[in-house]
Every structure is written in C-alpha cells, then in structure tokens.
Design a protein around this ligand. Sequence first.
Ligand code: C5P
Length: 396
Amino acid sequence: MKSLSTRRVLLGITGGIAAYKSAELTRLLVKAGAEVRVVMTHAATEFITPLTLQALSGNRVHTELLDADAEAGMGHIELARWPDLILIAPASADFIARLAAGRASDILSTLVLASKAPLAIAPAMNQAMWSNTATQENLHILRQRGARVFGPGSGEQACGDVGPGRMTEPQELLELSAALFDTGLLAGLKVTITAGPTQEAIDPVRYISNRSSGKMGYALAAEAAAAGAIVTLISGPVALATPDRVNRIDVLSADEMLAASLSSVQDCDIFIGVAAVADYRPEQVAAQKIKKSADSLQLNLVKNPDIIATIAGLENRPFTVGFAAETNDIEDFGAQKLQRKKLDLLFANDARATLGSDSIAAIALWPAGRAELGPASKRAVALRMVEIIRERLDAR
Ligand code: C5P
C-alpha cells in the first residue's frame, strides 16, 4: 500500500458499536506505513478503550478538548495542521450532524473545523437512522464541502435490523483511503523539482547557506510521484529520505543546481523551483582553509545565476512553477516575481512560518488568478499544489 506510506492519518472514532473495528483499521494503517494519531469522542470510549488505540497507533490518544497536558504536547490547533487525511470511522449519525452544522463541541469536531486536510467519513448506524432525510441531507452538505463518504455497507446490523448502515470493513477503508492519494493527475509527465538550500563554498571547510529544510520540495516530489509523474529531484544538502519512485540528484552550489536543472529540463514537462538558492556566492573560493588572523575579514560576494528565470527563458520551456518565501507583503512580492521571472504559476508563503516547519500556508498566483492553500501539513498542501498545477496546465 505504497500511497499510504509516511502519510499522516488522523483517525477519528465516534460512538457506535463498529468502533471495535477501528482497532483493526489502526493496525492496518500502521502496517501500510502511515503515521496514525487517534482522536475519540467520549461516546467512542464507551465502546473501546483509548489504551487499545494508543498501543496500536503508538501515539497518545486524544479525547479531551480542554486538556492542559495534551495542549502542552501537541495542542489541538497544531493537531489540526498535522494530518494529510482525517478519516472518521465509524462516523455516527449524531457526529455527522455535528459536522454538517459546523459544531466545535468536542475535540474531534473542533479538529475537523480547524483543519484544511482532506476529510473522509465512514458512516455506521442503524438502517432507519441512515435512511432518515436528516442524515441524508447532512451527508449531502458534507459531500458538497468536499468530504468523501466511504460506504456504508448493507446487511445484518448489531441491533438485529437488516439494511444499509454497516461500517465499511477496515481493509476496504484502507484501500479507499490509499486511493485518495493515487490521483493519477500527472500520469506520465516528466517533472523536475529543485529543493533544499545551496551551499556556496568560502574555502575547503566553510560555506554560506540558509535554513531551508527541503521539506516542501520533498513533499511536492512525493506527491508528484504519487500522482504518476516521473520525478527528478535536484536536491541541495538536506537530512531527508528520498521519496518513493523519485530519482534524486544531489548538488551543493547554485552553479551545480543550474547545470543539473538545464540537463534535466531538456526532456521535461514541468519544472518546479522550490530550492532556496543562495542569492550570492563568494567571488573567490580559497584553495586553503582561511586562517584567523586579522580582527575582521571581508568576503566579496557575487550574484548567483537565477535558475528558474533561466529555465523560464528557454525557447522550449517546460511549464514553470516557482516559489516565493517572503517575510512581508507576501502576495505583492509574489505577484512581482511571477511576472519578472515569467513563470506560469507561483506559490508564495510566509518564510518565517514555513522554514523548517512541517506545516505551511501558501497563496497560489498565476497570471489571471489566485487561490489560498492551508495552513495544513506540507504533504496536504503539496497535494493541493499538484491539483492546481494540473488545472493550470489544462487551462494553458
Ligand atoms: O527571487 P527569489 O529567490 O525569491 O525567487 C524564488 C524562486 O526563484 C524560487 O522558485 C527559487 O527556487 C527560484 N530561484 C532560483 N535561482 C535563484 C534564486 C531563486 O531558481 N538564484
């Protein structure tokens, strides 16, 4: 189940007899390589103990909205930004009504309200409750807001009735969840992505660099590959594992990154520059380690090539996507960069909130429009970015 590997799944459990099956679902998600955090309503804890889910998920289970201890660990807003997917299984009729009404009356409904992550629900209830117009209207509202509804199945119910309302089996929920990430949106397209910082040598042991972690570029590489693209990731030095099905080329300096990019885009449909390329490099690289002697030392810096502007200026250019990390006037500066570098699309974000962090908020800008993304996990935002790239490609 490759497409669930390293995904962050927030599993919400609400009150219903099917809650006992959520233990198996947790086990299957973990086995598929997902990181799982479980959040339970009070009613759910009447059916299955948090301790069981804690043991299976390997993480503390959240049950309280107002819990000083939990807030000191991962608070509820942080938790809302954590997942790549919120899966609620089982989702009771009452909980579905709470979601449709936009309530924040317990920790789980609060998290759903506060989160920008995709939402999937697996309803489980008595067949009469399922068929009731109230429930159907609530589900209609949730679907219109983008929620996926998995099931329910039909058959014998715990109460003795026969009909629709049985929670979809854990194995099928696992497969349906995995399929959410297998979008095929970039199937067969060749995508080149730059990521991470560059290192500009001063002498054999020292360099100038920046705090870029590479997480956003790597998340995008993982999502593009999951969407079926053939991905080349040109990476500065970072401490991250190469995503599945991604061809990674390691570089150090901006010059090396430019050379690798020019070679890769000869045969490429989409170029995405996520790297935080150093703007300047030392004019001279000392052949030997510079000794400390004088009280001050001057380094003369010269401008690095602008990789993305170079790519965008090529005659047969690929669809070119840039990033802009700003500390102020984010949208204005982003729009200027889009125009100046002649990009097809640009994602602008707040550098202070983004650098090194696992979550991100961004504004997508293209010559005739804009869209807001997040705040959410970098993977969840990367998935939206892939969708927007597809839309803009189609509109071109
Ligand atoms: O001008 P600024 O560095 O803010 O632009 C950011 C965008 O330009 C990013 O997409 C980044 O990867 C790209 N860039 C580049 N080469 C540079 C500087 C930035 O490709 N020398």
